[in-house]
Write a protein that binds this ligand. Sequence first.
Ligand SMILES: Cc1ncc(COP(=O)(O)O)c(C=O)c1O
Length: 396
Amino acid sequence: MTTEEIMAGAELYLMNTYARQPLALMRGTGCRVYDPEGSEYIDFVSGVAVDVLGHCSGEVTEAIIAQAARLVHVSNLYHTEPQVQLAKILVEYSFADKVFFCNSGAEANETAIKLTRQYATQTHGADRYEIIAMENSFHGRTMAAITATGQARFHTGIGPLLPGIVHIPFNDVAAAKNAVTENTAGILLEPIQGEGGVVIAERKFLHEIRDLCDRSGSLLIFDEVQTGIGRTGHFFAYEHDGVIPDIMTLAKGLGGGVPVGACLAIEKVARAFSPGMHGCTLGGNPLVCSAARAVLNKLLEDGLLDRCREIGQYFEKKLYGLKERFGCIQEVRGRGLLLGLALSIEGTHIVDICRKQGVLINCTSGRVLRFMPPLTISQNDIDRLIEVLAGAFQKA
Ligand SMILES: Cc1ncc(COP(=O)(O)O)c(C=O)c1O
């Protein structure tokens, strides 16, 4: 099919939920993707922070092919080796003791919210149900996750929302102290608000929140769906500030492109779930767990985390260089290879210009350009992006 035919098909057959760009993608390799007509694009979106190893990386492709030929799916009524092996890696390299697998970030957050309430109810009583979430956050599209999402534009027309979730301004210690009550079960936040415009949680805020949770017996939940799996230069973003959560959610990069999410927790919290309380038919099936295991092995063995930190610093420096040249750039934000440029102008026009020049970038929150390439991105590709961005800002 041509790009035109695919776009016509989308109009006819798909629900109108995405503001898609006029581009169809047919194949990919490394940090490059190609449309049906063969045009090449450097990918600084990587499926929104998903394709950590790039497109069709040997290890993941081989793992998928091998597992597809052995066993794709069986029920969680039975044990499977890839699921156990994947959980073992996650436990060994994180604070957590136990893992629950699902298919997406939203489901991982649903799990976290249910687990938090189960733990709080069993430990303190049924009145401890409230979740404190952050303004400007994003946690996914299912009803609990969207309620926890602190952006009103996602809430119109779908009410009533889930009761028992309140929001406070991000990085506001005083607001957090005020918000904790005898009803608080947990505090949920992203170490970097990705969809919210690449806004970093301040170190002081994180330490204060941890302290508040400890003193009130509430749980600290980190949504690392976007920041986890090496994106910020550490395996998990919580490692930057040394603040350890009780629960953490993952998805996106975990499967390197196959749908897998996870909710991780410390032992005493995980124990609040018993058989029948939660589940997911396709969650952690052999196919996705084999792919995810290949992603994590590659990430941990190949020095990719160090590389991500180094190339991220190079990238950041280049972005600061652009900021010096163009007044419409207000701020450079982010960590590792989750970087953003906050603009004083709308960003979609810049995204369009870049695409026409063969570079894919993302705009979030209207005025923040977000860059989240594969962790294997090269200096040359970053240089090309910077050149294209400079041209775009000149035009804008
Ligand atoms: C921090 C965060 N949490 C949750 C989600 C939802 O993930 P999914 O789209 O896999 O449900 C996202 C998606 O962008 C996210 O960035």
